[in-house]
Ligand binder design. Sequence first.
Ligand code: HEM
Length: 107
Amino acid sequence: ADGDAAAGAKVFKKCAACHTATEDKNKIGPTLMGIVGRPVASIEGFKYSDAMKKHAEEVPTWTEEALYTYLHDPKGVAKGTKMIFVGLKKDQDVNDVIAYLKDPSAA
Ligand code: HEM
């Protein structure tokens, strides 16, 4: 989509308590390094919820479209997820954060 990575870096502050996008390191949530195109629930050693493992069977890959839907409404998309986050309301914020996640070095 038409996201802006620099704007997305600012949106990512809402995620940064729980995720890094630039290090191979899990926090409360799994690393988001390389998340665009990555298989769902695939970080070795991260303890995903049963809800996220089930989501992986339905939607195997974090495509931009899958991220778009999930980030608008995490709990609606992966019912029972342990990601405690209401989601992003604005379409532009979602597109921007996806652009950032695709290429953090562009921010
Ligand atoms: C999982 C993105 C905010 C905690 C995930 C996943 C993505 C994601 C794509 C799935 C990762 C995978 O399949 O490996 C984001 C983005 C955020 C955000 C872009 C901000 C817009 C947060 C916040 C928290 C959090 C604020 C903590 C309060 C988690 C946890 C999981 C997760 C615990 C694992 C979920 C489960 O196993 O059910 N996040 N997240 N995230 N996130 Fe976030």
